[in-house]
Design a protein around this ligand. Structure first.
Ligand code: BES
Ligand code: MN
Ligand code: ZN
Length: 507
């Protein structure tokens, strides 16, 4: 799909379809009014007949509207004008793109990007429209033997802006949105691939391809390298599987020479059976998604590379399966992490923290500006925040603030949870420096507390994406989150802040 930006009157567009909005109670948006005027009240008459009420997401396709150059006019319901905010805007874009894709149009020009969205600017509208369009068009059908018969003729989507002076800003927002969408699509593809294809070796190969394509630095550590480094916590997770673990390091060095890098660490468990502390069978297939942290870090690297972000950025991805093979870790086993701290493995299903802790210690060598880890870490996070919000933990409030703001501006939202010392008690072990579980209360907090013991030497934040990385049910699939959040975080850090500014949370 191609995308472009334009500024011009809707009635004069030589497009297969122009898309304009209608609010509830049949109130026309500004661009719909222009069409209506050119068509001598044609839209008003149709709406008066009751064919379209303007309910959010409703659509009505009209052909051969008099006085209008485009072959079709697509009306999209926007809901109540007073309640039209960012989430309504996003839903209207989805409705428009779905309809465009389902009808015979070769191209469509969306005037929805001209709408006033509370507290959001033109750049935001264009970037979000790009993301929502790509989201709507995303398919994962490469493992079906025959392509599903949903061939669409849609080739080009154009977003309109009110003033010509906004064209440059909108172009930048479009480029940024497309790079983010490419990163999100990569994260979704990797997440959706099953565990028998997407193994640690497969992730390493994909990282190599990404490095080749964008001239990134790459290093893949093998089992022997990890042994030499003393990563016995990570290796204890891999022991139960026939798949070799991989430790992937990617470097994007486009910042000032010598500037401290941002390090992104992604949990790459390509299948989490629970190990000897085996998970229940129902829904276990979804544990193929346990590498979505790794996938989002790779997606974010792709975004940064495509935009040539002027920043030093390093991806660190510990990858393994968690299986209950004959040499698997057993409850009660004690291992020594790379940091030297010993860990009593009371539950082999709390494996994410066991691979992350060694990756976090390894990250010290980069003298990082900050380290952000991303992990489908705890079922408890799904209990507390559901599938809407990512859990955020940090040992530095400025870093937490930056990530929260990036979540708001990208509509990929996170919420900060406490890391009070009092919780650390729950990790006490009678036999080792710490246990790998903290009991039922506050499960996502004690998981983060565990990680915090390996991050004392730098500013650190942890994103628990257990609830947000994929959807279950009829629409089962990876979401690509939190690539959008991380993109805005890095774009801000790189100082390219012209596009897509959102506002900070007020409530
Ligand atoms: N990958 C899971 C976390 C998870 C569970 C993500 C459900 C998404 C949905 C993680 O490795 C895990 O199994 N965590 C355990 C920790 C417990 C044993 C302390 C959990 O959350 O049950
Ligand atoms: Mn687990
Ligand atoms: Zn896991």
């Amino acid at each position: 799909m191609e995308f472009s930006i334009k500024s011009g009157a809707p009635e004069k567009q030589r497009s297969a379809c122009v898309v304009v909005g209608v609010f509830e109670s049949r109130k026309l948006s500004a661009s719909a009014r222009k069409i209506d005027a050119a068509a001598k009240g044609f839209l008003t008459r149709i709406l008066d007949h009751g064919d379209m009420d303007g309910k959010l997401g409703a659509t009505l396709l009209l052909h051969a509207v008099p006085g209008v150059e485009a072959a079709r006019v697509l009306l999209v319901g926007l809901g109540k004008e007073k309640e039209f905010r960012d989430s309504e805007y996003r839903r209207a874009i989805v409705a428009a793109v779905r309809m465009l894709n389902d009808t015979g149009s070769l191209d469509g020009t969306l005037y929805l990007t001209e709408l006033d969205v509370k507290k959001r600017d033109t750049a935001w509208c264009v970037e979000q429209a790009t993301l929502m369009a790509r989201e709507t068009l995303y398919r994962f059908d490469r493992l079906k033997s025959k392509p599903e018969n949903t061939v669409s003729s849609l080739k080009l989507i154009t977003f309109s802006v009110v003033r010509r002076t906004e064209l440059a800003t909108a172009e930048l927002a479009l480029a940024q949105g497309l790079a983010m969408a490419d990163g999100i699509d990569l994260a979704k593809d990797l997440g959706n691939l099953p565990g028998n294809i997407c193994t640690p070796s497969y992730l390493a190969d994909q990282a190599r391809l990404l490095a080749e394509e964008h001239k990134l630095g790459i290093e893949i550590l093998e089992t022997a390298d990890m042994e030499a480094l003393g990563m016995h916590s990570l290796l204890s997770v891999a022991k139960g599987s026939h798949q070799a673990p991989k430790f992937i390091v990617l470097r994007h060095q486009k910042g000032k020479a010598g500037a401290k890098p941002v390090v992104l660490v992604g949990k790459g468990i390509t299948f989490d059976s629970g190990g000897i502390s085996l998970k229940p069978g129902a829904g276990m297939d979804e544990m193929k998604y346990d590498m979505c942290g790794a996938a989002s870090v790779l997606g974010t690297m792709k975004m940064a590379a495509e935009l040539k972000l002027p920043i030093n950025l390093i991806a660190v991805i510990p990858s393994s399966e968690n299986m209950p093979g004959g040499s698997a870790s057993k409850p009660g086993d004690i291992v020594t992490s790379m940091s030297g701290q010993t860990i009593e493995i009371l539950n082999t299903d709390a494996e994410g923290r066991l691979i992350l802790c060694d990756a976090l210690t390894y990250s010290e060598r980069f003298d990082p500006a900050c380290v952000v880890d991303v992990a489908t870490l705890t079922g408890a996070c799904v209990v507390s925040l559901g599938h809407v919000t990512t859990g955020l933990f940090a040992n530095d409030d400025d870093l937490a603030g930056e990530l929260l703001a990036a979540g708001q501006s990208s509509y990929d939202r996170a919420w900060q949870m406490p890391l009070f010392e009092d919780y650390q008690e729950q990790l006490k072990s009678n036999f080792a420096d710490m246990a790998n579980i903290g009991g039922p209360p506050a499960g996502s907090i004690t998981a983060a507390c565990f990680l915090s013991r390996f991050t004392k030497k730098y500013h650190w934040a942890h994103l628990d994406i257990a609830g947000t990385a994929w959807k279950s049910g009829k629409e089962k699939g990876a979401t690509g989150r939190p690539v959008a959040l991380l993109s805005h975080f890095l774009i801000e850090r790189a100082g390219k802040t012209k596009a897509a500014r959102g506002t900070r949370q007020s409530a």
